[in-house]
Structures are given as structure tokens and as C-alpha cells.
Design a protein around this ligand. Structure first.
Ligand SMILES: C[S@@+](CC[C@H](N)C(=O)[O-])C[C@H]1O[C@@H](n2cnc3c(N)ncnc32)[C@H](O)[C@@H]1O
Length: 430
């Protein structure tokens, strides 16, 4: 049997809640025991005081340490118990924590704070773990204890009628759950999806998986940590993600060779490099960028670059390495930034947002994640610089400046091709 003790100044609250529902049946069957303990029973003096003013001043009372310490000691005399303090300062409670607590502890004691919370020494003397329900403040720990006990107790074998129903819930699978329907088939013009009624189990499973991904992506993209998903789900998610990206994002990349700054701050044209041509083309194809524009007004430079591209697109390179041909298939040489902008405008009948990149965090006006969101609605041209950075007039034409990659140390000198790859990955991250 699992035992859950609740230390509170309002034991009636706990008793009232667990009188109904599935957990009360488990209590009747002797699978779970829920004991409310009145902290006041362990208070001393004529008035049985459980709270007092706080040292240092400030509004609000604090729950005294002695009655809580005595109450926990009395419980520990009967049996060993794991002590949890419900508190907004604690670790955030989630399904994983519920699973851990359900299977690892037979006896748990929950301490419910009130007012400003408990005297700090309660933590030091008796608490094994601090748990918070989330980033909000309740009037008392009872609401948190009830929630935590409910979610732990339902995982105890024998508590839920159909054991499988605990396995497929939201969070257990690493995603939010798919939609459910019951009778009637139609209500106020809304019908149960056909696929759920045709009895084809593999189609039902596929539909449910797709819906779970769609709902999780929309409401809780932070949960889509694919490392935690099983292989099948992961494969499906990756395929869905790829389809979504190639369909939705209207990203374009330009590598600017003019007007750039040199070391002295003068405006110059920089040279195209073979490495940037290849590697940025490859990154852009990998992340389904619409077009990669290589921008230079120097005709001789464009000629050299075009010889390289032609070698891989139509020459010996195209049969030697067809992947490289694919990588270059969306690489275009442009004489100026406005020519690249015009090309995008023609395709989308809309001017693209111009997003400049910089190594300086103080100039940034947009995050990579947000850029990913707006590029679903609107074509975007991200411009990358060469040499010692863009001439000021280029930055003036930009609608946004993208947050830079900051690395972890003092040194921060990525090659532009590395920066393109890292930023594309951040922008397209779901
Ligand atoms: C008004 S709150 C105290 C808040 C505290 N002064 C603070 O700012 O962190 C009173 C009691 O409610 C409970 N409580 C409030 N919010 C909670 C949460 N998010 N998770 C768990 N318990 C919470 C705790 O037991 C707490 O001692």
C-alpha cells in the first residue's frame, strides 16, 4: 500500500477532495492511504499558534518551524517517509516526477505552506525535496498537494481501471495527446473524423500520431525534444518536419561581397571564395532555403563563380557528384542586393523582409526563433557579410538585424559559412 500524508492547517480540504472519484475507490480497496495531519495538533501554548511575524519585517506571516518539525517526527516514528515541501521555489513538478515518485516511494509526506510560506529551517531540518506546480502563486500548498497526490496515485498499479490508459496520456509519450471523440457521430455540424470509424487500425494510429504532432507543435513546441521520443515517433516527426519546412518557410540567403568594409573601414568589394560557394549552397539546400544569392558587382568575379557552378551543374562535376549539382541548383549570381530582392519579389509578388546578420549583440532586433515564425508568412532574405562587415548603407536597408551567435568564450570569429549553417539551424528549429 502507498501512503500519502499531508501536513496542513486545513485537513478538511484534503479529506473533502479525496472522498470522491477514482482515488477514493483505491483508498477503499486499500491500495492507497491518504492521511491529513493537522499541524495545529503539534503546536504548543494556549492558542496553538502555527504562524508568526517574520524577522526583518515585511508583510505576511510565516509558518513556524516547531509544529511542522514535531508533526514530521511523529510520522517518522511510525514509518520512514520521504518529505516533500510544496513551494514555488521548488523544482517544477511534471509527469516524469510523478512517475518517479509513484514507483520509488511507498510513503510520502507533503508539507503545505500558507501565508508567506514556511520558516526556512523547515527545509533544512526535514525536507527531502521541494516541488512547485508551476510559475504562479497559490494561497496554500493544499492545492498543490492534492494535485501532486492525484497524479502520483493514479499511476499506482490497480488504481486506474484500464492500466493502458495511463500509458498513452499526454507527456507520457513525449507529446500532447491526440483528440478523442465519443457518440454522437455529429453534433452541431461537427462530425467525428471518418478515419476513426473505418476500423483500419494502422490508419487510425497514423492519424492519431499526426494529430499529436500537430497539437504539440502548436501548443507546446518546447516538448518536441526528439531525443526523448521512440524511434518510430522520431522518424515520423522528422518526415513531417521536413515536409512542413520545405512547404512553409520562405527563406532566402544572400552573401554580400559589396559594399563591404575593409580593415581600415573603407568600402570595398571582397573576393568570392570557392569554399563559401560550395558550403553555403550545401547548407541552404539542406535547410530548404529557396535561393542562395551570391552578390558582387565585379563581372570578373561573377565569371569565375559561374565557371565553378557550371562545372557542377552541367559539366563533368554533375555526373561525378550529382549531390553537388543539387546543392548548386538554387545558387544564383547577382550584381546587387536589389537584384536579389527583385527576384524574390517576382516570385512571391511581395517584397521580402531584409534581415542583416551581425556579430554585435547590441544591434540585434530579432531572434532566430521569431524569424522562423515570420518566414512562414512572409518571404525573408537574410544577408550575410564578408570582409570586415557591411557598409553602413546596407544595414540601413535592413528591416531587422538578427541576433548573433555568441559562442561560449572570448573568441568569436566564425567563418561566414559556419554562421550560415548555425543560424539556419536555429531559424528552422521547431
Ligand atoms: C502565498 S504562497 C507563498 C509564496 C512565497 N512567499 C513566494 O513568493 O515564493 C503560500 C503557500 O502556497 C503554496 N504554493 C504557492 N504557490 C505554489 C506553487 N506554484 N507550487 C507549489 N506550492 C505553492 C506553498 O506551500 C506556499 O508556502
Amino acid at each position: 500500500m502507498k501512503t500519502y500524508n499531508v501536513l496542513t492547517i486545513f485537513p478538511e480540504m484534503i479529506d473533502a477532495v479525496f472522498k470522491q472519484g477514482v482515488i477514493s475507490k483505491a483508498v477503499d480497496k486499500g491500495i492507497v492511504s491518504i492521511n491529513s495531519v493537522n499541524i495545529r495538533d503539534y503546536a504548543e501554548g494556549r492558542h496553538l499558534v502555527t504562524d508568526d511575524y517574520q524577522y526583518g519585517g515585511g508583510a505576511g506571516l510565516v509558518m513556524k518551524v516547531e509544529p511542522i518539525y514535531e508533526a514530521v517526527s511523529a510520522l517518522k516514528e511510525k514509518s520512514d517517509t520521504f518529505v516533500v515541501l510544496l513551494d514555488p521555489r521548488g523544482k517544477k513538478f511534471d509527469q516524469k516526477a510523478a512517475e518517479h515518485m509513484a514507483s520509488n516511494y511507498d510513503n510520502i509526506t507533503f508539507i503545505c505552506g500558507r501565508y508567506e510560506g514556511v520558516d526556512e529551517r523547515v527545509r533544512e531540518l526535514v525536507v527531502d525535496m521541494e516541488l512547485s506546480l508551476g510559475d504562479f502563486i497559490l494561497t496554500g500548498g493544499e492545492f498543490a498537494a492534492i494535485t501532486v497526490i492525484d497524479s502520483i496515485a493514479r499511476l499506482v498499479p490497480g488504481v486506474l481501471g484500464d492500466e493502458a490508459s495511463a500509458d498513452e496520456e499526454s507527456f507520457t509519450t513525449g507529446m500532447l495527446e491526440y483528440p478523442h471523440y465519443t457518440r454522437p457521430v455529429e453534433y452541431k455540424g461537427l462530425s467525428v473524423p471518418e478515419v476513426l470509424m473505418n476500423g483500419n487500425h494502422s490508419e487510425i494510429e497514423k492519424w492519431r500520431m499526426e494529430k499529436a504532432i500537430e497539437i504539440t507543435r502548436k501548443n507546446r513546441p518546447d516538448l518536441l525534444n526528439i531525443k526523448e521520443l521512440d524511434i518510430e515517433t522520431r522518424k515520423k516527426l522528422c518526415a513531417e518536419q521536413k515536409r512542413g519546412l520545405s512547404k512553409k518557410l520562405k527563406l532566402n540567403v544572400a552573401l554580400m561581397h559589396y559594399p563591404m568594409k575593409d580593415k581600415q573601414g573603407d568600402t570595398v568589394a571582397t573576393a568570392i571564395t570557392n569554399l563559401d560557394l560550395h558550403d553555403i549552397s550545401r547548407s541552404c539546400r539542406t535547410y530548404s532555403v529557396e535561393n542562395y544569392y551570391v552578390v558582387t558587382p565585379i563581372v570578373a568575379q561573377r565569371e569565375i563563380a559561374s565557371r565553378v557552378i557550371n562545372h557542377w551543374m552541367g559539366g563533368f562535376g554533375s555526373t561525378y557528384n550529382p549531390n553537388r549539382m543539387e546543392a548548386f541548383s538554387h545558387t544564383m549570381l547577382m550584381d546587387s542586393l536589389s537584384e536579389a530582392v527583385l527576384d524574390i519579389e517576382k516570385r512571391h509578388k511581395k517584397r521580402p523582409l531584409i534581415v542583416a546578420t551581425t556579430a554585435r549583440p547590441d544591434r540585434a532586433t530579432i531572434t532566430a526563433k521569431y524569424l522562423g515564425v515570420i518566414s512562414e508568412e512572409q518571404p525573408v532574405l537574410i544577408i550575410f557579410g564578408t570582409g570586415w562587415g557591411f557598409a553602413d548603407e546596407v544595414l540601413e536597408t535592413a528591416d531587422y538585424i538578427l541576433e548573433p551567435i555568441e559562442g561560449v568564450g572570448e573568441f568569436n570569429h566564425l567563418s561566414v559559412r559556419s554562421a550560415v549553417a548555425i543560424l539556419l539551424d536555429r531559424i528552422t528549429e521547431i
